[in-house]
Design a protein around this ligand. Structure first.
Ligand code: GTP
Ligand code: MG
Length: 319
């Protein structure tokens, strides 16, 4: 949770000028600074990595976070992680209770597999009170494909008996048109919106489309991966600093060298696999039935479950 007691300039060595440079890359407070890397801070503020490291340590100290943490305090921090229900018991179970804060959850799958629909459901559910599986907080939706739908959100909110106007007001939509725009929104504008609007969920739908469209040739692959990697790291930092959930969607592409078995793989490859804590693949089944499976997660058993996309939203199939 944001702590307002200290500001960036309370750190020795951080004056007005340095603070401004940090704010330019979305570091508005000590929380975010404490979760940053020395390389990034050094580059942004035009200081040496040693100095950057000292600044980060000081931020941690002021926040009562130590550089070295014992496993018990890590457990304590992880215990602060919260969950947002998906409105499907099956899906919640697959995710260990719902979509977690302090983590990036990624879905990947073909068109109409339900990636965006699940995002809509989460954007509604994050606003519900904790006892109903929400966080009582709001949503920042980064729309890269122009598929955000207020109408669909209204249907889902209505089905839950929520105040539709209020639900819509509490979803802030950023339409982004390029990879650099997308990165800028996350770095520069998101931190401010998160604080002002009490954001508990960031959706990026989709995380890869712009990157894929702009870095096409084989020669550009390395640069694309590096940019995507940095983008995901910034999202993860926001998830940690503000105890919020990040949900990203991803398309699939045909893997040319697979002859047998499933020849589709998520776009983005290694960076996303490395940084997303929960990776779910979605598959179309009969009618409005969908299949979800955990691609990999360090602390959950892998398996597949079924869910439905209904007029009301994401639901479980009848038992
Ligand atoms: P792409 O973005 O194209 O890659 O697909 P996606 O995985 O994001 O698909 P999305 O989540 O948009 O799912 C679309 C599907 O959801 C549709 O094909 C429908 O099957 C279902 N759907 C959407 N709206 C409704 C609705 O109001 N009622 C019902 N029953 N199903 C809906
Ligand atoms: Mg979609």
């Amino acid at each position: 949770m944001p702590m307002e007691e200290y500001s960036l300039e309370d750190i020795p060595g951080v004056g007005e000028k340095t603070a401004k440079k940090l704010m330019d890359i979305g570091i508005l407070d000590l929380q975010t600074l404490a979760h940053s890397s020395p390389v990034e801070i050094a580059r942004a503020a035009d200081i040496s990595e040693d100095v950057a490291e000292k600044i980060i340590s000081k931020a941690k100290e002021l926040l009562g976070l130590t550089v070295f943490e014992d496993a018990l305090s890590i457990l304590d921090r992880e215990k602060n992680a919260l969950r947002i229900t998906t409105s499907s018991k099956n899906l919640d179970k697959l995710l260990g209770g719902g979509v977690w804060t302090q983590a990036i959850t990624e879905t990947w799958g073909h068109f109409a597999s339900g990636k965006t629909q699940l995002g809509f459901q989460l954007a509604v559910n994050v606003q519900r009170p904790m006892e109903e599986g929400g966080l009582g907080r709001n949503c920042l939706w980064i729309d890269t494909e122009g598929t955000f739908s207020s109408l669909r959100i209204s249907q889902m909110a209505e089905a839950l008996g929520m105040d539709i106007q209020k639900v819509l007001k509490n979803i802030i939509v950023a339409k982004v048109t390029s990879a650099s725009h997308q990165m800028e929104v996350v770095e520069k504008y998101a931190p401010k919106i998160i604080k002002e609007k009490d954001i508990g969920l960031i959706v990026v739908d989709s995380i890869t489309a712009n990157f894929r469209a702009e870095y096409i040739g084989r020669g550009e692959l390395a640069e694309r991966q590096q940019k995507l990697n940095s983008h995901l790291h910034k999202l993860k930092r926001l998830a940690d600093a503000y105890n919020l959930a990040v949900y990203v969607t991803n398309q699939v592409m045909m893997k040319p060298d697979v002859i047998f078995g499933d020849a589709t793989v998520p776009i983005g490859g290694t960076p996303i696999a490395h940084i997303s804590n929960y990776r779910i693949y979605l598959k179309k089944s009969k009618g409005n039935l969908r299949i979800a499976g955990l691609a990999d997660a360090s602390n959950l058993e892998t398996g597949e479950v079924q869910f439905l996309i209904t007029k009301e939203g994401i639901r479980d199939p009848e038992e």
